[in-house]
Write a protein that binds this ligand. Structure first.
Ligand code: C2E
Ligand code: MG
Ligand code: MG
Length: 831
């Protein structure tokens, strides 16, 4: 056994006898004592100061101060030091007083008591040590509790069954529960759902085998969200290895995420303008290129450079320069869509990503607007600044296929723009620059032409197909450019729409037409409506009805003298407003025509609910109506529909007799086109009207006619057939070309058709298949030496062919077949 440390005793005694008695008692004792004896107060105090003492033994009345005063000196120097009093004065009051002050014990100098002294001293020292230990432990516990409460990390203490014993405020903050809601619960309240279970089991398995586990977890918060925390979970074991507690520490990562996000934001943005910086722009560009490939879209990269911006800094100082940059950033941003990005890519440079362009031209309009906005004066600190910029534009995929090359292209385009001077933009592609210049020039010239009223209105007659007389006209705008010559409205009307000129042009046309028509009436001409085209943008204009009202009242023209042509495309947006606008116009007495019918996508049901008086079938359907079965069907159906809805159907772009005959055969009521007249000046139109000009509608047909159409690319065969069948009394139409055959079909009522199979333009079966769709009542025969059985069989099966005859033919048999065919055509025999 280890030797116990000696007990060091400081003894104050002036009585030599007593000193000797004590020394003897301690020397005889079992425990080892080191006795330091002092006889004077000064020595006592010095000994106390130098330390190394476990206990004080004092006489009660010594060295001029009492044993009680000795306490005060000891307490001041070493509060924990036990003091034992040994006195010759055995008064009870003194004993009580000494114990009150904290004396460890009180002995009277009798031999019995002195014999007990070693034991008393030993106990006093042990008690003092015990008290000190307890005090230390208590302090530790208090400190631990303070740390637990104050820790910024979440802490949980559980028992061995994982039941929560304590949680600290940081943990409560992390998951939103109060401590009293958690204490007593199992820790699995912090996770939720069966998916977590296996994972939670893995964590505990880790703790069981390794004693602890660390990793990121997503604790379930009270509000249903998931937190993010770093968990350190440990088992607390007793000395013999039994788990008594678990302690979990959770570091909140959500705050760190916020911090990381903030940091990332700072790294990707310009501190002055708060715009994305070059790095982020590059990032966005990369994404945009990927998307553009998938969606077959165009991406534009614009580099905007402020011209001589350095002089602003030099002239007005940096602070003004900074504010100017912030203002430029704001102005550019205001012009962009949410999907676009503007970044500060250099000191006086901005990069703009247009991620989703439908067409390259869209970049032009924006570039021009950006230049104009930057050039608008800005007031900063009592200074009025005028900035200018240049822009370079590169396009994906046209100019470059990757981000780096696109930047290079935009920069080189910027160089070109700089060379051209301030306030301009250039494309990387020189052809686009050509187009842009042309467009800009056209724009300026158009503004000038409008201002100078240099546009001209011409009138194209419209014909009633029953009487053949003029029943109205369409006003068509003409622009004769001083250098470029005539420019089509199809080109300058969209331009006028884009640059916001269409409203004033449109109003001018309406006013002029009203005045003109009134002048014609005043000159004794009949009142006929003049149609004015209303562009989509004009149609959406708030005050269209007002403009019309004013034009009518100022000119004195009755409402029925004006017709407004509106295209299907104008009505696609805001369908509910369309009906309102149309009925407002209708109350003014004007007529309404639906222009370019068939080119939009609106449903017939929708259109039939609108108050139109007229439908104009677009000329793209009329152009090949006699040869294209699909268009023929659409035209025929539109005419039928118009009649049933009580609307006049007018065919646009009628250029030849065949088209006219086809339209008449389908009971189309009106037409407009070069067959009768091109557009005319006001005077020419008036003259035509005065003459009573009429459309000669082709020679009338008699219903009883038996008309046979012969088609063969070899004239000899055609002649032979003609000779053979003429004697039968048929009216015979013959041609070597399918195209001409279509025209003949449109102009004459034909019952039976005999066609060759092998012709250079198209095969006989192909021709007859189309004829079947346009003229289903005809009886169709193929006469061929070329036996392509496959296609002929198909044509027969589709019902396109009634008979298939072979060359060379038997005259009598052919005559028989044709007679039979006419009987079928007249419905006398079934096919
Ligand atoms: P639109 O309203 O469909 O006008 C009919 C177009 O067909 C006119 O072309 C006319 O000259 C042309 N045309 C007439 N008959 C024939 C023909 O037999 N064959 C062929 N191939 N073409 C024929 P234009 O004058 O070039 O006008 C084109 C378009 O410009 C018009 O189409 C109309 O949408 C628009 N437009 C014309 N004038 C105005 C106007 O004053 N205001 C507005 N907003 N648009 C106008
Ligand atoms: Mg029109
Ligand atoms: Mg049209």
């Amino acid at each position: 056994m280890e030797n116990p440390a000696p007990i060091r005793v400081l003894y104050i005694e002036d009585n030599l006898f007593d000193r000797e008695q004590v020394r003897a008692a301690l020397e005889d004792a079992e425990a080892v004592f080191v006795l330091k004896t002092v006889t004077q107060r000064g020595d006592f105090e010095a000994a106390l100061q130098s330390g190394g003492i476990d206990c004080v033994l004092t006489d009660f009345d010594v060295l001029g101060f009492t044993g009680l005063q000795v306490f005060d000196v000891v307490r001041a120097a070493q509060p924990q030091l036990p003091v034992v009093i040994l006195t010759g004065n055995g008064s009870e009051e003194l004993a009580v007083e000494a114990m009150k002050r904290g004396a460890a014990d009180y002995l009277v100098k009798t031999p019995q008591q002195i014999a007990r002294l070693p034991l008393i001293l030993k106990q006093a020292v042990e008690q003092a040590a015990q008290a000190a230990r307890l005090a230390r432990q208590q302090a530790n516990v208090e400190l631990a509790a303070k740390i637990f409460e104050a820790s910024s990390d979440g802490l949980i203490i559980t028992d061995a069954e994982k039941r929560i014993l304590a949680v600290n405020p940081a943990f409560c903050n992390l998951i939103g529960y109060r401590a009293d809601e958690l204490v007593g619960c199992k820790t699995d309240v912090l996770t939720a759902g069966p998916k977590d279970e296996a994972w939670v089991n893995r964590i505990w398995a880790g703790v069981a085998s390794q004693g602890s586990w660390q990793g990121e977890i997503r604790p379930q918060c009270k509000d249903g969200t998931r937190g993010r925390a770093w968990l350190s979970l440990s088992a607390v074991r007793t000395a013999d290895g039994i788990v008594r507690h678990y302690v979990a520490q959770l570091i909140d990562l959500a705050e760190r995420t916020l911090f990381e996000e903030h940091l990332r934001y700072l790294l990707q943005h310009d501190a002055l303008t708060d715009l994305p910086n070059l790095a982020l722009l590059t990032d966005h560009l990369e994404q945009a290129l990927g998307n553009a490939v998938r969606q077959a879209r165009v991406v534009a990269l614009l580099t905007v450079n402020l011209t001589r911006f350095r002089t602003v800094n030099e002239h007005y100082g940096r602070s003004v320069g900074d504010q100017a940059l912030i203002e430029v950033a704001r102005r550019i941003k205001a012009l962009l869509r949410a999907s676009d990005t503007v970044a500060r890519s250099g000191a006086d440079e901005f990069g703009i990503l247009l991620a989703n362009l439908e067409q390259e031209d869209d970049a032009i309009l924006l570039a021009q607007r950006i230049l104009d906005r930057i050039a608008a004066p800005m007031d900063i600190d009592d200074h009025r600044l005028s900035l200018n910029a240049c822009i370079g534009i590169a396009l994906f995929p046209k100019d470059a296929q990757d981000v780096d090359s696109l930047f290079k292209c935009a920069d080189s385009a910027l160089d070109r723009a700089r060379e051209a001077g301030a306030h301009c933009f250039r494309f990387f592609d020189p052809q686009l620059n050509e187009d842009t210049l042309q467009r800009l020039r056209l724009e300026t010239d158009l503004r000038r032409a409008v201002a100078q009223e240099a546009l001209e209105i011409r009138y194209q007659p419209q014909i009633d197909l029953i009487t053949g007389r003029i029943c109205g006209s369409e006003a068509l705008l003409r622009w004769h450019h001083p250098e470029l010559g005539p420019i089509s409205p199809a080109e300058f009307i969209p331009l006028a729409e884009e640059i916001g000129l269409i409203e004033s042009i449109g109003a001018w046309v309406i006013r002029t037409v009203c005045r003109q028509n009134k002048a014609w009436i005043d000159a004794g001409l009949p009142l006929l409506p003049v149609a004015v085209n209303v562009s989509p943008r004009q149609f959406r204009q708030e005050n269209l009805a007002e403009i019309v009202t004013t034009a009518l009242s100022e000119s004195g023209l009755p409402g029925s003298g004006l017709e407004l042509e509106i295209t299907e495309s104008a009505m696609i947006e805001h369908p509910s407003q369309v009906a309102d606008v149309l009925s407002r116009l209708k109350t003014l007495g004007v007529k309404l025509a639906l222009d370019d019918f068939g080119t939009g996508y609106s449903s017939l049901t929708y259109l039939s609910s609108l108050p139109f008086d007229k439908i104009k079938i677009d000329q793209s359907f009329i152009r090949d109506v006699i040869t294209n079965p699909v268009n023929a069907t659409i035209v025929a159906a539109t005419i039928a529909m118009g009649r049933s809805l009580d609307m006049t159907v007018l065919a646009e772009g009628v250029e030849n007799e065949a088209q006219l005959m086809f339209l008449r055969s389908r009971q189309c009521e009106a037409m407009q086109g070069w067959l009768f007249s091109r557009d005319l000046t006001a005077d020419e139109f008036a003259a035509l009207l005065k003459q009573g000009a009429m459309l000669k509608v082709g020679a009338g047909e008699t219903a009883a006619d038996e008309t046979l159409l012969l088609l063969d690319d070899e004239p000899n065969i055609l002649n032979a057939l003609r000779r053979l069948l003429r004697r039968e009394g048929y009216r015979i139409l013959a041609t070597t070309s399918p195209q001409e055959a279509f025209e003949l079909l449109a102009q004459h009522r034909v019952q039976v058709i005999i066609s060759d199979q092998r012709m250079p333009e198209m095969s006989g079966t192909e021709f007859l298949s189309r004829v079947k769709q346009i003229y289903p009542d005809t009886v169709r025969i193929v006469l061929s030496g070329y036996t392509d059985l496959q296609s002929i069989t198909e044509a027969i099966n589709r019902g396109a062919i009634y008979r298939f005859l072979v060359k060379p033919w038997d005259d009598e048999e052919l005559r028989q077949q044709v007679r039979e065919a006419f009987r079928v055509a007249h419905g006398l025999v079934k096919a």
